[in-house]
Design a protein around this ligand. Structure first.
Ligand SMILES: [Zn+2]
Length: 684
């Protein structure tokens, strides 16, 4: 591992922040914190922390000694000076004389001594930073260090490698007790330039930002060199099926197994993020994968994101979907039973007041394929997958030089159910469609865009399909987050198959379909060319059927129900003159929704339709509006609001109707009219 410290870059950051009034010490602290944060071999996703001891004026203008320390949960890679709140150092150090201090009390004292009362909570490792005498203190969970010390004899290995240059601290959960013990160990050997925290990570010290940072690089490099010596061969591989199932086929089965049905029949689902590659396959294909993969977390920080152990599935064989579904469901059920027992066991030990988190796995290993990170959003799933990849690397290297060993189950529980760690995850109320995947066709159009915004706003991950791929991409960009855009021509069965395979591979499955792609053809029915009718049926009926069937195939593999939503039209109920070529397939599509409701209700799949009229869109352009208004002797606005309520109906109104149908869990075979009132088109 090479130092990435560049003096000119550091000085440029000092100059830039200096203009905003940020002192030099803090600007340099930001610079090297970002260097550490940018390397996933050192820290990931809010792990690790840094500090600098300096002087600054308090709110009354009096110069005081402060510790600027990373805020709890902040991401080091993108940290700003405000992400390192300043705490009064003298007061923090007074705590050293205490015999004990609860976590809640520690947070109160830290907050009470913030210079800026609006600043974020200082890191839970603040006191460890404060008790060290050095100006700059850096802390990471470096992968190479963890491979070295996550061993039954990890402390002895660290003593041997660092030869007195690093203090060795036994495993203690982060907080006051760890800070006190670390300070005692440092003071017993003040020649140490850092600390190894057994089964947790590494601290390095320095009088300058560069010195503390480069010591981190040096110590991690020594561990990396040690890992290259005396390695055993790679894991012995377990036998695998000749042909392994595709990711697109396996993902919905794995996802369905990792869902919870609540008493009302609703499902709690997770989003998937797939990872594979040589190192991951070597790990998941190992004959002993269950032993080393389920031995515990590589550093306590991970437990809240990945749980303590992954779910290990059997290798899925091509063409044997039913067997894989049975074995995956059995493995997931046993995982959840184990989790509930683990919770009950340790909750009893802790007084019985803890509230159980959901028992679903957050990492799933699939021999022959790779691994999945799981989360209530794509973002969470990616974090779990990143941490899982780090665990693969750490455990692989630990096993190459010895035997991987984690902290005890009780220690892991204490971290997973630690009030301060729980606070990091945020107590924000979840959106109603969190954990669900919505596919929207015709996504580049006005209603598609409005539906994408409505479903993403309700917490779903959205997959945006359109024959106009650039248009779908533009909508995905506008929606933001993890929105997926893919080309899909709903009149082409192969294109539909490819698009749904892409959605299953990216998110793990499909829960909601908004079948919206369509186009209008006209012609007097007694004279119209049959080719026009065929074209319209291909798009306005078969297009809906193809995407609905592709969705149902995935929904059945998941076994967690689903919701099909069809955009029909006023024409399906109340034909307009010369609109037969459009209205006929739309009427068939209205019937299609009812047929799906009937045939797949027992599978928990609902099917509903929205009957909308006069929406400004690609089907009803401003030019068409002007033409029709003129023919009726009306203005454009009068034409658009020519309904019982006298108000124009928008694409957003249609999107809200789809969303309402998706959220109405006991509603199927429903047709919702969104037309401002047109009594001739009212259903009877
Ligand atoms: Zn740590």
């Amino acid at each position: 591992m090479q130092s990435r410290f560049v003096r000119a870059e550091a000085e440029a950051m000092v100059a830039r922040y200096g203009e905003a009034g940020v002192p030099r010490d803090l600007a340099l602290r930001v610079y090297t914190t970002r260097l550490l944060g940018a390397d996933p071999r050192l820290v990931l996703h809010g792990g690790g922390n840094t500090s600098v001891k300096t002087r600054m004026p308090d709110l009354l203008g009096r110069e005081v000694d402060v510790l600027c320390v990373k805020g709890s949960g902040a991401d080091m890679a993108i940290i700003e000076p405000t992400g390192l709140p300043a705490v009064r150092l003298t007061e923090l150090r007074l705590l050293r004389t205490r015999d004990a201090l609860s976590d809640e009390e520690m947070v109160r004292v830290q907050r009470a001594n913030l210079i800026d009362p609006m600043a974020p909570n200082p890191s839970v490792e603040t006191l460890l930073h404060a008790f060290m005498p050095h100006k700059f203190v850096d802390h990471t969970h470096a992968t190479a260090i963890l491979s070295l010390i996550d061993q039954p004899d990890g402390e002895a290995r660290a003593v041997e490698l660092y030869d007195g240059r690093m203090g060795i601290v036994p495993y203690i959960m982060p907080g006051f007790a760890l800070a006190k013990r670390a300070a005692d160990i440092y003071e017993a050997n003040s020649a140490a330039v850092g600390l190894i925290l057994h089964k947790h990570g590494i601290f390095t010290f320095g009088e300058s930002a560069q010195a503390a940072y480069e010591r981190m690089i040096e110590m991690v490099s020594l561990a990396e060199a040690r890992l290259r010596r005396g390695r055993r061969a790679a894991f012995a591989t377990a036998p695998l099926p000749q042909a392994v199932m595709s990711l697109a086929d396996a993902a919905p089965i794995a996802r369905g197994a990792c869902a919870l049905k609540d008493p009302s029949g609703a499902h709690r689902r997770l989003i998937l993020e797939f990872r594979s590659g040589k190192a991951i396959l070597n790990f998941v294909n190992g004959a002993q994968v269950k032993r080393y993969a389920t031995a515990g977390v590589v550093t306590p920080d991970h437990t809240i994101r990945t749980k303590n152990w992954p779910l290990v599935l059997e290798a899925p064989q091509e063409g044997r979907a039913a067997e894989f579904a049975v074995s995956a469901a059995a493995a997931a059920t046993s995982f959840m039973e184990n989790y509930r027992r683990y919770f009950a066991r340790h909750n009893a030990r802790c007084g019985g007041a803890k509230k159980m988190l959901d028992p679903l796995p957050r990492v799933v290993l699939v021999p022959g394929l790779g691994l999945f990170g799981l989360g209530r959003s794509k973002k969470e799933a990616r974090i779990a997958a990143d941490l899982a990849e780090t665990a693969v690397e750490t455990i692989t290297d630990a096993e190459a030089i010895g035997r991987f060993e984690s902290i005890s189950e009780a220690d892991m529980f204490d971290c997973e159910y630690w009030s301060l760690e729980q606070a990091k995850l945020g107590a924000a109320k979840e959106l109603p469609l969190a954990g669900q995947i919505a596919v929207i066709t015709g996504a580049a159009g006005a209603i598609g865009f409005a539906a994408a915004e409505a479903f993403a706003g309700a917490g779903a991950e959205v997959a945006l399909l359109d024959v106009d791929e650039a248009g779908a991409r533009a909508v995905a960009k506008a929606v933001g987050g993890a929105a997926l855009a893919a080309r899909c021509d709903v009149t082409d069965a192969a294109s539909v198959r490819a698009a749904f395979a892409a959605v299953a591979a990216v998110f793990g499955g499909v829960d909601i379909l908004v079948s919206n792609a369509g186009a209008a053809w006209q012609g007097r029915i007694g004279e119209v060319d049959e080719a026009i009718l065929h074209r319209s049926f291909d798009l306005n009926f078969y297009g809906h059927q193809r995407v609905a069937q592709a969705s149902v195939r995935i929904m059945l593999a998941q076994g967690t129900g689903g919701c099909l939503l069809f955009n029909t039209s006023k024409q399906a109920i109340n034909p307009g003159p010369n609109f037969g070529p459009y209205g006929l397939p739309k009427a068939a599509t209205l019937f299609l929704a009812r047929q799906y409701a009937l045939d797949h209700g027992a599978d928990g799949i609902r099917a509903n339709a929205v009957n909308a009229d006069r929406i400004r869109s690609g089907l009803l352009t401003d030019a068409m509006i002007a033409e029709r208004a003129k023919a009726r002797g009306l203005s454009g606005a009068e034409y658009m609001s020519g309904n019982l309520l006298g108000r124009e109906v928008t694409a957003e109104d249609v999107a809200q109707a789809f969303l309402a149908q998706a959220l109405a869990l006991k509603t199927t075979a429903d047709v919702m009219t969104v037309d401002g009132g047109n009594i001739a088109a009212a259903l009877r």
